[in-house]
Design a protein around this ligand. Structure first.
Ligand SMILES: [Zn+2]
Ligand SMILES: [Zn+2]
Length: 216
């Protein structure tokens, strides 16, 4: 059987990628309301990627299942602080193209919107979100959400990552060097001040509203 493929693209089409083996069983899909994911979207001026409660709908998969096919020159990375996870994005149009921690924890997370599928098609490709987590940062009351990382979802995610590792799908890693553990693209680390300046935009009780979305 041919493994189903999902293509990823930044909004302007410069950065394109391919996810091989895109099935509900081979990915982990969850909505994260955490303030870091919200801050990242606001830092990119991409609040349009957040749902009404500030949630990011993320598809996670094995690094070895994902390739970047074009637009390498347009990829950069930001960390919201010195210990923050690596958040890669397309500099051309500020689309997230991969969140990851380090090569030894082999997963990459991409917002479902980057796969350019309608809601129903995305549900068929990736399955519906297995959970909604970190709702203590959500704006308002999202339905069926856990305040933290639900135990079941955590177990499921850890099992998947372990399986990806054991089955040899930790690499090739499209975003990180597995030799050095360092990102393959240039990294900006936000200062405490820069990070704090994003907080008023984020849940649970935003005190500022996002500037009108950029259309570039
Ligand atoms: Zn782009
Ligand atoms: Zn998050």
């Amino acid at each position: 059987m041919v493994a189903p493929i999902a293509t990823m693209s930044c909004r302007c089409g410069t950065v394109r990628g391919t996810l091989t083996g895109a099935t509900p069983d081979s990915v982990n899909r969850a909505v994260c309301y955490c303030d870091d994911c919200q801050a990242f979207a606001h830092w990119l001026s991409r609040a349009d990627l957040l749902d009404a409660h500030g949630g990011s709908d993320i598809v996670q998969f094995a690094p070895g299942a994902f390739t970047i096919d074009s637009g390498h020159d347009a990829i950069a990375c930001v960390r919201l602080g010195p210990q923050g996870i690596f958040r890669f994005y397309a500099t051309c149009c500020k689309t997230p193209v991969g969140n990851t921690v380090k090569p030894s924890i082999p997963f990459i997370g991409v917002p479902v919107q980057a796969f350019g599928q309608g809601a129903q098609e995305a549900d068929r490709t990736f399955g519906r979100p297995a959970g909604r987590i970190m709702a203590r940062f959500a704006i308002g009351q999202p339905p069926d959400a856990s305040q933290g990382i639900g135990a079941w979802l955590m177990l499921r995610a850890v099992a998947k990552v372990l399986w990806w590792r054991l089955s040899g799908r930790s690499g090739p890693h499209p975003l990180m060097s597995r030799d050095t553990g360092e990102p393959l693209f240039s990294v900006t680390v936000l200062s405490r001040q820069e990070r704090d300046s994003l907080r008023p935009l984020c849940g649970p009780h935003p005190t500022a509203s996002a500037p009108a979305a950029s259309t570039t």
